[in-house]
Design a protein around this ligand. Structure first.
Ligand SMILES: [Zn+2]
Ligand SMILES: [Zn+2]
Length: 290
């Protein structure tokens, strides 16, 4: 039986420095378990993690939205540079998000907290490759599930009107539109985000990382900005849809159904590539406003 080293050590057998993959995440996992075990074992933890990640991201983008009209250095990254996010937009979307959380999310989380025993934590951290593969795998599965749900809820008129039309009230989305959803859509999204890591038998650290990543990229899809660090700029070959393509979906709702990757829309013939954004000059903006 071969004993895996827990820290980086010289692997004499092949003459290279072999850094045990597990050793990279084990100190982080040990620290979390030793200092926050009670919090991590609570069934409420994933919900609090997901909601707080969303609020931090939305706060960042909303501050950008409020500064953009007077700060050209921010406005140049806006997808629609003549668009202004108003306090009324913020109030309406925040009100529905708060309503959904108070009425559905938190009661479901508390019910789970009452009925489910605290989750046992494994002693070992995942290897780096299992961690990364888990996050990518969950993202691929979630992307396919939402693609099918989304296509169906656009193709069947009753489903669209009853459950999805609400999300399309905004043709030019901003970050708070991410969770401007009907309770049915929010339930599906929350269910897949929770079930996919279980389905793929991921470590809980991987599951939480996937939740954070999922909230990050969903919010980025709706943020209304084409920042240099956006996922569609980091992932090559146009494999990632991202903010520009999801913004195009809100303008042409028969296209770009997948939330993250681009391949299902390529295969289904529903992909549209929005025209490249360009920074408008003050003269162009003045002409358009006139
Ligand atoms: Zn959307
Ligand atoms: Zn849609």
């Amino acid at each position: 039986m071969r004993v895996e080293p827990l820290s980086g050590e010289l692997d004499v057998s092949n003459g290279t420095w072999a850094l045990s993959e597990r050793s990279l995440l084990q100190p982080v996992w040990d620290y979390l378990q030793q200092n926050h075990e009670g919090t991590l074992r609570s069934p409420l933890f994933p919900v609090v993690l997901s909601v707080s990640t969303y609020l931090v991201l939305v706060l960042f983008y909303t501050v950008m939205d409020l500064l953009a009209p007077t700060w050209p250095s921010i406005r140049r990254y806006q997808i629609h540079q003549d668009r202004t996010v108003t306090w009324s937009n913020i109030g309406t979307t925040l009100a529905l998000t708060t309503y959904n959380h108070l009425l559905y999310i938190f009661p479901a989380a508390v019910a789970q907290w009452l009925w489910r025993p605290p989750v046992p934590l494994p002693r070992e951290a995942p290897t780096v490759s299992a961690f990364l593969l888990g996050v990518v795998g969950c993202t691929v599965v979630f992307d396919f599930q939402y693609y099918l749900w989304h296509l169906l809820h656009h193709r069947v008129g009753w489903l669209y009107r009853t459950f999805h039309a609400l999300h399309h009230q905004y043709r030019q989305p901003f970050s708070l539109v991410t969770q401007y959803l009907s309770a049915w859509e929010l339930f599906n999204v929350g269910f897949w985000a929770t079930a996919d890591p279980l389905l793929l038998q991921c470590h809980c650290l991987t599951a939480w990382a996937f939740m954070i990543f999922n909230v990050w990229v969903s919010t980025e899809d709706h943020c209304g900005y084409d920042f240099p660090w956006a996922m569609h700029r980091l992932i090559p070959f146009g494999l990632w849809g991202g903010a520009l393509r999801h913004d195009a979906h809100h303008q042409q709702p028969g296209t770009n159904f997948a939330p993250f990757f681009a391949h299902w829309d390529w295969l289904g013939g529903t992909a549209t590539m929005p025209p490249p954004t360009k920074t408008k000059t003050k003269r162009e903006r003045d002409e358009k406003a006139a």
